[in-house]
Design a protein around this ligand. Structure first.
Ligand code: HEC
Length: 192
């Protein structure tokens, strides 16, 4: 998104967006893309939720005078599984964690015994060593449900908050990370 925006700005400066693609040597196709990206970028910005708008306005680094209230609002919107259990079934969590179109956790986090992983986020290798106390379960659940409650404006998806996963599915992923019987804790992480 940012790259396209920069491209659009650059093209505007060069006069391409005004409809003279030949002048700068940009191909018709690229000029069309640039003209199109300008308005969709604007549209995406205008449609932001207030919290996303705040992150955008501060380039994802919230100042001290707003961060407290921001975190409080993110936390108070967290919903929990109906049965109150924050640790579900690790096998179901395994499927969510390791599926691109579901959790896609492995693309950002190292530690999965099933997938070669990315390093956008911190390594989760041996995450279960933290134990299964209620505090650890709660932290893990809440971070997955809505990471902005702990890491304001982070790139990690807000799985529960944005309806990508149900509270029960989040609890299954918590179990995948914390259950001592989970393959995540009993098997070595897959290395390149
Ligand atoms: C787009 C990348 C991305 C994806 C996808 C992602 N995360 Fe994260 N995650 C991060 C980043 C980055 C952080 C660190 C937060 C920060 O400092 O901004 C993080 C932090 C965490 C933490 C806290 C780590 C700690 O040591 O306390 C946990 C737990 C976590 N993620 C679990 C998950 C799980 C489970 C999934 C899948 C359901 C997932 N993440 C998907 C990027 C991602």
């Amino acid at each position: 998104m940012r790259r396209i925006h920069l491209l659009a700005t650059l093209a505007l400066l060069l006069g391409v967006a005004g409809g003279q693609p030949g002048r700068t040597g940009l191909s018709e196709d690229l000029a069309k893309l640039v003209r199109g990206s300008g308005s969709s970028y604007g549209e995406a910005i205008l449609k932001q939720t207030p919290d996303q708008a705040l992150c955008t306005a501060h380039k994802n680094r919230l100042p001290a005078d707003v961060v407290g209230q921001f975190i409080q609002e993110q936390r108070s919107a967290i919903k929990y599984p109906k049965d109150g259990r924050l640790m579900g079934d690790w096998k179901q969590g395994e499927a969510v964690f390791n599926t691109l179109a579901r959790g896609n956790c492995f693309s950002c986090h190292f530690g999965s015994p099933l997938n070669v992983s990315g390093n956008v986020g911190p390594s989760l290798e041996k995450y279960g060593q933290r134990g299964t106390s209620e505090a650890v379960q709660r932290y893990t659940y809440e971070v997955i449900y809505n990471p902005w409650a702990y890491f304001p404006c982070t790139v990690m998806y807000r799985f529960g908050h944005n309806g990508l996963l149900t509270p029960e599915e989040v609890a299954h992923v918590v179990a995948y990370l914390l259950d001592p019987a989970s393959d995540f804790n009993t098997k070595p992480a897959l290395r390149r």
